[in-house]
Design a protein around this ligand. Structure first.
Ligand code: COA
Length: 171
C-alpha cells in the first residue's frame, strides 16, 4: 500500500514516540537513540529536523492510516562524497508488511533525485535484516557487497550489506 511522505510537524511527536519506543525497531538501527523513547525525545528530533539545511538533509514523516507511522530521511555526505546521500528509515511494528516501507523509500529517492544534485543514494542494513534488504531491492537498489564485521550492535559483531541506487538507474 502507498503511504504519504511529508515534512515533520511538531504535532507528530506522540505518533513518532509510539513508533520508535520499540526494541524490535531499535535493534535494527544505529546506536544513540534513547530507550525508552519518549514524546520529549520525539519533540527534540522533530525540532532538529526542522532546523537542518534543506540542501543537506531530506527528512520526512511517513503517514498512513491517518497517523504518522514512521520516519525516513536521506542525508548528504561530505567532501568527495557530497553528491551521495545515505538513506535511513523505520516503520512502527504494527504497520510492518503492508508495503509502506517500500513506498516511502521509492518516494524519497524519487524526490531527492528530482530536486537535488545528488546522484547516488545508499543504505547499509545489517546483513540479517531481511525486510530492509528486501525493500531496497523492491525499490531498485543494487546490492554492492557484504561489509564483513562492519558493526557491533547489542554486543554482537555483525555484517552489513551495502545497497545503492543511482539517479541514472531510475531514468
Ligand atoms: C525494514 C522496515 C522499514 C520494512 O518496512 P515494511 O513497511 O514492513 O516493508 P514492506 O511491507 O514494504 O516490505 C517488506 C518486505 O520484506 C519481506 N520480509 C519481511 N520480513 C522478512 C524476513 N524475515 N525474511 C524475508 N523477507 C522478509 C516482506 O515479505 C516484504 O517483501 P514482499 O513484498 O516481497 O513480500 C521495517 O520492518 C522496520 O522499520 N524495521 C525496523 C527498523 C529497520 O530495520 N530499519 C531499516 C534499517 S537499515
Amino acid at each position: 500500500m502507498d503511504c504519504l511522505i511529508r515534512p515533520w510537524e511538531r504535532e507528530d511527536a506522540a505518533d513518532l514516540a509510539k513508533a520508535l519506543n520499540n526494541q524490535n525497531v531499535q535493534k535494527n538501527l544505529r546506536d544513540g537513540i534513547p530507550y525508552p523513547y519518549t514524546v520529549d525525545d520525539a519533540k527534540e528530533f522533530i525540532r532538529a529536523m526542522l532546523q537542518t539545511d534543506p540542501n543537506q538533509a531530506f527528512s520526512f514523516a511517513i503517514v498512513a492510516e491517518g497517523i504518522v507511522i514512521g520516519s525516513i530521511g536521506a542525508f548528504r555526505k561530505e567532501n568527495i562524497h557530497c553528491r551521495t546521500a545515505e538513506i535511513g528509515y523505520y516503520i512502527g511494528e504494527p504497520f510492518w508488511g503492508r508495503g509502506y516501507g517500500t513506498s516511502a523509500v521509492k518516494q524519497v529517492c524519487g524526490r531527492v533525485f528530482e530536486t537535488t544534485d545528488i546522484i547516488r543514494i545508499f543504505a547499509e542494513p545489517f546483513a540479517h535484516n531481511a525486510a530492509s534488504c528486501r525493500i531496497l531491492e523492491k525499490a531498485g537498489f543494487v546490492f554492492e557487497g557484504l561489509m564483513r564485521q562492519n558493526a557491533i550492535k547489542n554486543g554482537i559483531v555483525t555484517d552489513m550489506k551495502l545497497y545503492a541506487l543511482l539517479k541514472e538507474d531510475i531514468r
